[in-house]
Design a protein around this ligand. Sequence first.
Ligand SMILES: NC(=O)c1ccc[n+]([C@@H]2O[C@H](COP(=O)([O-])OP(=O)(O)OC[C@H]3O[C@@H](n4cnc5c(N)ncnc54)[C@H](OP(=O)(O)O)[C@@H]3O)[C@@H](O)[C@H]2O)c1
Length: 202
Amino acid sequence: MSDVCVITGGGSGMGLATAKYMPKEKIIVLSGRTESKLQKAIKELEELGYTAYAKACDTSDRESVRQLAAYAASLGEVKNVINSAGLSPNMADAEKLLRVNALGTVYINEEFSKVMKSGSVIVDVASNSAYVLPQFLISKKVYALADKDENLFLTKMLKKCKMAKEGYARNGMAYAFSKNFVVWYAKKCAFEYGPKGIRVCH
Ligand SMILES: NC(=O)c1ccc[n+]([C@@H]2O[C@H](COP(=O)([O-])OP(=O)(O)OC[C@H]3O[C@@H](n4cnc5c(N)ncnc54)[C@H](OP(=O)(O)O)[C@@H]3O)[C@@H](O)[C@H]2O)c1
């Protein structure tokens, strides 16, 4: 059975660049929302000698993530997940940033950990922006809502973001919160999935 490496946000940027560092024996699954971008990236990988497949997925939609995990598991043993799907502050408003960068990470880790076995690894891509927030603004109690009551998590996070002026400043704050959350959540998952032999890094 072949090893499968899934890269979300794999149609461009760091996701696609990471694919090119993978061993060629692995089956690569590139994912993202834009099918045409994925097809172009797959062609690039195939020309380099990779076996690669495209599967469209919006990581802010749990059902879409579930389908991606099932598809990847049907190709072989899912050994690597690199969650590089993400939006920057100039690309979306605060809510969308939190839905994709923060809740998307929850869906990826939860759904993939169901199909992954011992000896596998999930990498959640964060950012230096995760470390720019003053500590007093960070509430782990609010972060802990993300996988229990996502609506309350979003409401509380958006209230914090409203401290910043509407527009780029608020989006930037949402981005920093979303990536600070990724760092916290990856550590939480490392602790929870460790006994199953699944490593989680950020
Ligand atoms: N570039 C930097 O300087 C930098 C620095 C620190 C951290 N990062 C982080 O690194 C990651 C990759 O960034 P990048 O610079 O490589 O940017 P990028 O080229 O824009 O790549 C991000 C990818 O994510 C996909 N994506 C966006 N929203 C998605 C969603 N809801 N579901 C699935 N895929 C989605 C995009 O494709 P579609 O639009 O087709 O879905 C795109 O291919 C991001 O998480 C970013 O925050 C980047």
